[in-house]
Each structure stands twice: as structure tokens, then as C-alpha cells.
Design a protein around this ligand. Structure first.
Ligand code: C5P
Length: 301
């Protein structure tokens, strides 16, 4: 009998995030390119009677514990699907290296990690497709967090198509002090669009983004990175413009707000460039810290 299972689940950035109109269910139709990067939360599951979580690591105190933690909700959702005579339990331990509410899908990574460890710990053998259905019920980014790598996401982000990337890409993540609420950023975008009253085009991922990824052509990719949520994130947190400007002045190929922010992601030429950029940004006084990472990152066990 398996007594403990570990999953390492990466953070994501969005290389392209095109936000369409609001749907009747309140979500926005998206076309996005998810890209997992080498910053990991580690989720450990141990056999237990009930479902519980303990949090550690640099951001362990910032995430909710108990029943509000998305990993706990994930374990409970999976237990309901399993329908055994007695609901299975798990003691989850999460080592959080991914900042909370930062546009890096850290909570989604923890939920995906909980699904992976519980599936194995409880011997459920649910297929990837069935796990993805449970994942989508938990949040728009959770299905991608189950796969890692790089993928086009459509629908509200839960419909995925893997994207081949020809080699490693080097990035720097610049963390902000504090958090941004995803629903608030989407609402702000709606307000900005209402003020302009221009029609919102259907969201799409241009083919040249996929071509630049296949060719690992960082300079070409730099000109194509785009995030429709960036304007709203900057409106809510104007100091992020200073971070973006600092990255630009330090020679980043490009920079953008990651997802709903407030983390900013910068594209570098290679690992040495990323290391120099990370230390320059960390010393710039425009962010709370910066790390060099590589994408696309696989899931780890
Ligand atoms: O799916 P998730 O729980 O991560 O979404 C958080 C919030 O982000 C939603 O409640 C919604 O306000 C916004 N959102 C959206 N359209 C999407 C994804 C998220 O409006 N496609």
C-alpha cells in the first residue's frame, strides 16, 4: 500500500493572453498560450483519515489553510468522484515557492498536485482526461497545471492543446509586494472596455507565436508577447510600470505582466542573460525579488 506520494507542480506564465467578451456564465472567452516555468510548489500526500493541509516554504503563510485551500477542495472533489464505501483521506503538505495571488497560478498548481497525489495514494487510476474534468471544476488554470509544458488554452482556459517548443526559453520573474485579485483585474478590464465602447474581437492565438516557439526564436517571440489583462493590472497597480521599465532598461528582450499580475515576466537571450537580468531587477528597487527560470517546465515527481 502506498503511504506517501509527492508531486512537484510548476508555476505558469501566459505568453499570450487574448481576452474576449464576457460570457453568460460570467467568465471571459480566452485564447492563451500557457507556459510552465521552473518555479515549483511541492505537494506531499500521506494517508490519513480526513482531509487536511499544512503549508510551508517562503509563501506558506500567505495561502489559506483549511477548507479554503484549493488543494483541500481538489482532494475533496476527487474523493467524491471516487465513490468508495468510505471517503478516502489525505494529509497534504505544501511547500510553497510560488507566490500567492501573483498571476503565476500557484493555487492551481497546488490543486493539480493534490489531484495527482490523491489519484495515486488512493489507487484510483483515473485517466488524465478524467482528472482534467475534475481540474476544470476547480478553476480555469488547474487543467493546465496538471500537464505543465506549453499549451494553447481556449474556452475559459480549460480546453488545452499542447504546443511543441524546440528548446529551452530563459525568463526572469519579478515578484511584487502584495497580491492582485483575478476577478478584480477582469472587472477592471471590462470597465476600461466599456469606457472605450469598442467591439471586443474574438480572442485568437496568432500562428507566428506558435512558429516562434517551435523555432525557439526568442527575439521573434519577444515582439509577439501580449497580455490583454496588462492594462487593467497596471491601472490597479501603477508601480508595475516601473518594474517593466526597469527590465527594459536592463536589456530584457521583452517584458509583460504575467496573467492577472502582479508578477512581471521578462524574456532573456540565454541563461547568463537571465541571471544578470534577475540580479539587476532585484537591485532596481522596483520589485520584491527576481528569479531566473526556464520554460517549458515539465511536472516533477
Ligand atoms: O477560474 P478561476 O477560479 O481561476 O477564475 C477566477 C476569476 O477570474 C473568475 O471568477 C472570473 O472573475 C475571472 N475569470 C474570467 N474569465 C476567465 C477566467 C477567469 O472572467 N476565462
Amino acid at each position: 500500500m502506498v503511504l506517501q506520494v509527492i508531486a512537484r507542480v510548476p508555476a505558469k506564465i501566459n505568453l499570450l493572453l487574448a481576452v474576449g467578451p464576457v460570457r453568460p456564465d460570467g467568465f471571459h472567452e480566452l485564447a492563451t498560450v500557457f507556459h510552465a516555468v521552473s518555479l515549483y510548489d511541492e505537494v506531499t500526500g500521506s494517508s490519513d483519515d480526513g482531509v487536511s493541509v499544512t503549508l510551508g516554504g517562503p509563501y506558506g503563510t500567505r495561502a489559506p489553510d483549511g477548507d479554503e485551500n484549493l488543494a483541500v477542495l481538489a482532494a475533496r472533489a476527487l474523493a467524491r468522484r471516487a465513490r468508495p464505501a468510505r471517503p478516502p483521506g489525505v494529509r497534504l503538505g505544501i511547500h510553497k515557492e510560488i507566490p500567492v495571488a501573483s498571476g503565476l497560478a500557484g493555487g492551481s498548481a497546488d490543486a493539480a498536485g493534490a489531484l495527482l497525489v490523491c489519484n495515486q495514494l488512493w489507487g484510483l487510476r483515473l485517466s488524465d482526461a478524467r482528472l482534467a474534468i475534475v481540474a476544470a471544476s476547480l478553476g480555469s488554470d488547474v487543467p493546465f497545471s496538471l500537464t505543465g509544458g506549453t499549451a494553447v488554452g481556449t474556452g475559459r482556459g480549460e480546453r488545452l492543446r499542447p504546443v511543441p517548443v524546440g528548446g529551452p526559453l530563459h525568463w526572469v520573474l519579478a515578484f511584487a509586494d502584495g497580491e492582485l485579485s483575478t476577478p478584480q483585474v477582469y472587472r477592471r478590464l471590462d470597465e476600461l472596455r466599456a469606457e472605450r465602447s469598442a467591439p471586443v474581437p474574438p480572442p485568437a492565438v496568432p500562428d507566428d507565436v506558435l512558429a516562434a516557439l517551435a523555432a525557439v526564436d526568442a527575439p521573434a517571440l519577444a515582439g509577439l508577447l501580449h497580455n490583454d489583462l496588462q492594462e487593467a493590472a497596471l491601472a490597479l497597480r501603477p508601480s508595475l510600470s516601473d518594474t517593466l521599465r526597469a527590465g527594459d532598461e536592463l536589456g530584457a528582450l521583452a517584458g509583460l505582466v504575467s496573467g492577472s499580475g502582479p508578477t512581471c515576466a521578462f524574456l532573456a537571450r540565454d541563461d547568463a542573460h537571465a541571471a544578470a537580468l534577475a540580479s539587476g531587477l532585484a537591485e532596481s528597487g522596483t520589485c520584491a525579488g527576481a528569479v531566473a527560470v526556464v520554460g517549458p517546465a515539465p511536472l516533477g515527481t
